[in-house]
Ligand binder design. Sequence first.
Ligand code: NOJ
Length: 448
Amino acid sequence: MPTFPSPLADSGYDVADYTEVHPDYGTAADMAALLDAAHARGIRVYLDLVFNHTSLAHPWFTESVNDPTGPRGDWFVWSDTEGLGCEGAAGPFGDVRWTLEPTRGQYYFHQFYPQQPDLNFENAEVRAALLDVARFWLDRGVDGFRLDVPYRYDEDLPVCVHRPGTFEFLRDLRALTDGYDAAMVGEILAAPEQLAAYLEPDVLQMGFLLAEAAVFWIAGSSGNAQSLSRAIGDVVSAVPPGQGTFATVIGNHDLSRPTEAVMADPGALRVMAAVQLTLPGVPFLYYGEELGMLGGAGVIVDGRDSARTPMQWDASPTAGFTTGAPFLPLAPEHETRNVESLRGDPGSLLEHYRRLIALRTSTRALTTGTYQALRPASAQQLVYWRRHPDGDRLVIANFGRDAATVRAEVPGWAGAFDELSQAEVGVVAANALGGEIPAQTVWVLRAR
Ligand code: NOJ
């Protein structure tokens, strides 16, 4: 979540200063040290940029309140009356979109909590100030940004999403970041064709497939892979090659822990992970997924806090996350679901993830290869063919809780498959595509 100073009415998504670090996290010098240490290890760091709105505590808002005719008077969206809301808006933020500001005697517009006044993207100075924020962090060595709700930046009420002004701003932001070796991932809630518009070559490099997280859960919990297969097929055909790419998730800070979503079934977690890490797109793992972390019960902001409990590094009382008091109570079973306890145990979810990540990063077909869905022998299975000049891979995933008969034919291809990847245990004989795949198992076969 965002790292900027904030009253934390929405876990930092209410920003009071875009160019500082929240004192709970440290100082600007700590951020610089983090960037250096990450870069020394080949790790890139993206900041979560929240441009749709600020906090009530941001000086821009204070100035707008106190000086309606001054330079920042219309940096926010003001009205004498409660205006229109956004079509189709929903979520944990309530229905109220306009809140009376008593000093200015006008209502301000907000798409999220009342503590998050929307910035006015119609104002060119606002857009320039936000580009300055991005430049500030790029100059300090940040490698990219996760953009918070960029599809909601500009609005023409009641239309709040996918507006031309939004795309214009994103193109300017892209031109700026292109001057650095930086990239962006957008939090875009959209149908596949709309997502494709955000992935045009001069807009964003990556866009999250957020709604599709639930499709992974359905496959994991029901054992039926058909809706997942459809969802991936739709997005692959909507986003042409040569554009930006979608980014897969099975959880994040707004969603339930995947472990909860599949009723803590370890087999479901394993098969979801193996599919996510062998599909096209950029897989984003949310911390703790690799441990099967459970949802917590503590609430500071709202129910979403269940997926925001401290990372579990070890079995100590504060899970190695802090020597002080954790900001949220630890999730249950942190004594066993932690890095120290699971590392080195080949049967653990953590080691499963580590093998999958190693496989993916060493296999071009799994990262940039093409994707073609093949007809599976049963609804429990997802079968796909990833092709790359360096070597093709056939992936067969069985989400079912029973072993299943495999019958995969690759149209127009007459080679043989000779090896299971190191991601799975066991051996498959040459071209043995008529065999049985065990329950909740994913095979990655190498084409010969
Ligand atoms: C989306 C973020 O993911 C969510 O956590 C936040 O509450 C809203 N945007 C508002 O910033």
